[in-house]
Design a protein around this ligand. Structure first.
Ligand code: MN
Ligand code: MN
Length: 429
C-alpha cells in the first residue's frame, strides 16, 4: 500500500494547495473503498451521526494525555469540550477584559474590548475604567455615544449641552449615564475608594485612546490664537499641559450642591443624563431571576443604546430567544454560566462565561444562558438600538396550532404544551 502521508505531501509540494485538497479527498475515497470492502462503510468521520458524536464523548476518546492549561480549562469546560450539539462556527462569541492590557496612570487605569479584540462585534465596543478618589478622566468628547454603568464606588459626571447649560450629577454603583456623541463631559472619582465603571460605545472600532481632549486642543493651537481666543498671555500658554492628561489625580470636589449653585441658571435640569438602573423595579421577575430593561422608552436620552440587566439564580435559565433588530454585546458582572449560540447554517457554539467576560451574539442568532455556578449571575445585554426587542421561542411555540406544532416538532401536542406558554425572559428552575 502507498504511504498516505508520503503521497499527500508529495502532491501538495508539486501542485499546491488545491491539488493537495484533491489528493486528500482521493486518499479518503481510497480509505472509504477499503472500509466498504470490509463491510464497515458508513463509519467514516466525514459527516458524524448523533450516535458517533455521543460515542466520541465516552471512554478514552475524549481523554487528553498531552499538555493542558488546567487553570484555563477549569474555568472553561464547555468552551474546550463542547456539547455534542455544537457544530461549525458562528464566529467569536467570547472575550475577557482580563486578557486586555491596562493603561495605568497616577489616578487609575483603563482597558477595552473592541472590534479589534472581538472582530464579530461591529456595533458596540466596551471600556472598563477605574478612577481613584478625586481623580479625573480628563474633559473630552468623542465620535460615539457613551452609555455607562457604575460597577463600584461613586463618581461625579458633567456634560455641557448644545444650549450652553451644564448637567452635573453624582452616580453610584448600579447607576447609568448616557452622553451623546460630541458633547464634552467629565468623570471624577469621589470620596472613599473612587470608582470603577463600564463604558459602552455605539461604534465597534471605538478606541479610548482616540478621544478629543481639552489638553490637546489647547496644546496644538498656536499661542497667539489662544491669546486672542481666551485673553491668556504667552506665559499662561506655557503653563498649560503640553501633552495629554488623560487620567490624573486631583483634589476631591466640594458638595454637589455647591457646583449646582455655581452654575445657577446655567444648570441643565430638563434632560436626564443619569438613571438608577439597579434599584429600579424589575421589568420582569420569575422564580428563576429578574430582568431590568432600560432603553429610550424609560430613559429618553439613550437614543441609540438599549440595555437589559439580567439576574439568573443558580439552576435558572435565560430562555431560548433571539433579538430581531441587532446583535447583542454582553458584559458579565458576576456569576458563572454557559451560553449556547445557534446561528443559521447549523453553526452553533457553547462557551463558559465568568465575571469581567464579554459575550457576543450575532444578530437574530438563537441563544440561551444557563447558570452553572452556585451564586446569582448578573450580566448586561447591550444593543445598538433605540429599543430593546426579543422573541421567545416558547412563546412562539405556544401560538402554533396543534397540527402545525406536531408536524414540525414530531411530538404529540400533549408533550408540546408542557413547555412554558409565555415570554418569561428567565425561566423558573
Ligand atoms: Mn467619554
Ligand atoms: Mn439575548
Amino acid at each position: 500500500m502507498e504511504t498516505k502521508d508520503g503521497l499527500q505531501n508529495q502532491e501538495q509540494g508539486a501542485n499546491g494547495l488545491e491539488d493537495g485538497k484533491w489528493a486528500l479527498s482521493r486518499r479518503m475515497f481510497a480509505g472509504a473503498a477499503a472500509l466498504a470492502g470490509a463491510g464497515l462503510f458508513g463509519s467514516a468521520a466525514v459527516a458524524q451521526t448523533r450516535e458517533e458524536l455521543l460515542k466520541g464523548r465516552t471512554g478514552n476518546s475524549a481523554g487528553d494525555p498531552g499538555p493542558e492549561n488546567k487553570t484555563l480549562l477549569g474555568e472553561n469546560p464547555n468552551s474546550n469540550h463542547p456539547p455534542f450539539t455544537d457544530h461549525g462556527d458562528p464566529g467569536t462569541i467570547w472575550y475577557s477584559f482580563d486578557l486586555t492590557p491596562k493603561r495605568i496612570q497616577g489616578g487609575g487605569w483603563t482597558h477595552q474590548v473592541t472590534q479589534r479584540e472581538l472582530p464579530t462585534s461591529t456595533d458596540l465596543a466596551g471600556v472598563n475604567m477605574r478612577l481613584t478618589a478625586g481623580s479625573f478622566r480628563e474633559l473630552h468628547w468623542h465620535l460615539a455615544d457613551e452609555w455607562a454603568i457604575m460597577l463600584t464606588g461613586k463618581a461625579r459626571v458633567s456634560l455641557m449641552q448644545l444650549d450652553g447649560k451644564m448637567a452635573i450629577n453624582d452616580v453610584e454603583a448600579g447607576d447609568l449615564w448616557y452622553f451623546p456623541a460630541g458633547l464634552p463631559h467629565s468623570i471624577q472619582g469621589l470620596e472613599g475608594d473612587g470608582c470603577e465603571f463600564l463604558l459602552v460605545f455605539n461604534q465597534g472600532l471605538f478606541s479610548e485612546a482616540d478621544t478629543f481632549l481639552l489638553s490637546e486642543f489647547l496644546a496644538h493651537t498656536p499661542p497667539e490664537i489662544v491669546q486672542k481666543n481666551m485673553g491668556w498671555s504667552r506665559q499662561a500658554f506655557d503653563k498649560l499641559p503640553a501633552t495629554q492628561l488623560y487620567i490624573f489625580e486631583a483634589p476631591l470636589p466640594g458638595p454637589l450642591d455647591d457646583d449646582k449653585r455655581f452654575l445657577g441658571e446655567r444648570l441643565a435640569t430638563e434632560t436626564k443624563y443619569t438613571f438608577k438602573m439597579a434599584s429600579m423595579p424589575p421589568t420582569q421577575k420569575t422564580a428563576g431571576g429578574e430582568v431590568r430593561i432600560v432603553d429610550s422608552a424609560n430613559f429618553p436620552i439613550a437614543k441609540d443604546i438599549a440595555s437589559a440587566m439580567v439576574t439568573i439564580k443558580p439552576g435558572g435559565l435565560r430562555e431560548m430567544h433571539w433579538h430581531p433588530n441587532v446583535s447583542e454585546w454582553q458584559y458579565w458582572i458576576k456569576g458563572k454560566g454557559r451560553m449556547t449560540v445557534a446561528s443559521n447554517g447549523a453553526n452553533a457554539r457553547t462557551m463558559d462565561f465568568n465575571a469581567n467576560d464579554v459575550g457576543f451574539v450575532p444578530r437574530m442568532a438563537g441563544h440561551s444562558i444557563e447558570n452553572t455556578g452556585t451564586e446569582d449571575i448578573v450580566f448586561l445585554e447591550m444593543f445598538k438600538a433605540p429599543r430593546y426587542e426579543d422573541i421567545s421561542l416558547n412563546q412562539w411555540i405556544s401560538l402554533m396550532p396543534d397540527k402545525m406544532a406536531e408536524a414540525h416538532l414530531k411530538l404529540p401536542a400533549s408533550t408540546i404544551r408542557k413547555a412554558p406558554q409565555s415570554n418569561y425572559d428567565v425561566l423558573p428552575k
